[in-house]
Design a protein around this ligand. Sequence first.
Ligand code: SDX
Length: 430
Amino acid sequence: MSENTVHLDLGSGPTGLDVYQSTVGQPGFDIRKLRATTGYVTFDPGFGNTASAHSSITYIDGAAGVLLHRGYRIEDLAQQCSFLEISYLLLYGSLPTAAELATWTDQIGSQTLLNEEMRSFFDAFPRRSHPMAVLASATNAISTFYDVYRRPMRADEIDAGARTLIAKLPTVASWAYKKSIGEPYVYPDAKLGYVENFLHMMFATPVEETTIDPVVVKALNVLLILHADHEMNCSTSTVRGVGSSRANMFTSVAAGMGALWGPLHGGANQAVIEMLQAIHDDPDATIESTIARAKDKNDEFRLMGFGHRVYSNYDPRARVLASFAEDVLARMGQDDPLLEIARELEAAALSDDYFVDHKLFPNVDYYSGIIFRALGFPLRMFTVLFAIGRLPGWIAHWMEMNLDPETRIMRPRQLYIGEPERPFPALDDR
Ligand code: SDX
């Protein structure tokens, strides 16, 4: 979609670079021939200024704090849709009709069972294993039961793979949790909806029937939707990068889980609660001392749940979650002191020149953990919940990458600053 050209003159005359216009958002100029025509590469650690692909899945206006999935505002989707509805939208580009949603729901509902041999897989993990390690490993392991997923797949096989992953991840997640607390695995129940079934597998035990609170179901549905996709974030770029070598969908998603686990990315939701709890428990830790630490360049501490590579405004997901947290705690009849601390910390940061000047606002992870806690999830499951929510986004990007004729295997260049060639010294001469 090139409309015009920019000219770059590096001293040996102008080099014309095609400009690509976006539907909305910044245009980009195509540097694919830059190295061949100028001998230069570009330098952009973390690719903060580099578009890696054309995509039509999600658009973020970081300055305005707007997030669209296939053109629909996240606020509308979170309030009006089910998580499976959003999953369909992200994968196939349009909101499903009632009939399409019913078929999609049935197809997924019938695939939630794991191969029974997977039990020994969970048994092999030490009980203290972090569930993100189990989740990423088990996601790879699932593909070993399906030969088709080990090679580049036909379109119908890709759809089947997507349904298999979306159906089975909650089962994997809940079994990882059950293993960690020494309780028996709970099998999925096809009579239950997607979110209800996950809650059933997480919290049911053989000795007592669990009643699933519709408030919890509705809250978790919103939370999963708010995590469903976020364009070229670290974990999604990892999924695309691994998939660009023609690796299968399962192993590409498993790699994305590894990236998500980091505390600068999806692991931040756990780190936020640990930060708030430290302020609550440590008599020496105050809102002021925490803000001071976050500003101190000699202290590696960061205000977790704050800041974003793209948003220079309030993350719209955080805005939804900030009000949602109050509502969920009230509906659950709970009072979490960490929410008050979070609010005070946010107010202090947003009125501090450092955070204002750096344009640091709460992101999706700042309030999500408080809600996950209120819903009864243990701290170490928070990033797992992020992964369940992000799964359709990862798959949608893997599918888009896989079908994009412009896709090439990911292989960036470097600026080498090591030793120039030098003679090899014999051992006695070193
Ligand atoms: C997610 O990309 C996505 O879309 C991610 C995500 C998604 O849905 O996939 O939105 C989910 O990962 C949200 C982010 C969760 N992570 C955290 O909350 C961890 C804390 N935040 C940061 O570490 C940081 O803000 C990042 C990682 C989110 C963004 O890092 P960048 O874009 O690389 O920015 P940077 O580290 O270069 O910081 C720029 C400046 C620096 O100061 P200077 O050296 O320029 O003076 O801002 C400062 C930083 O020190 N800064 C912070 C800060 N975040 C940035 N200072 C204190 N506390 C912070 N949280």
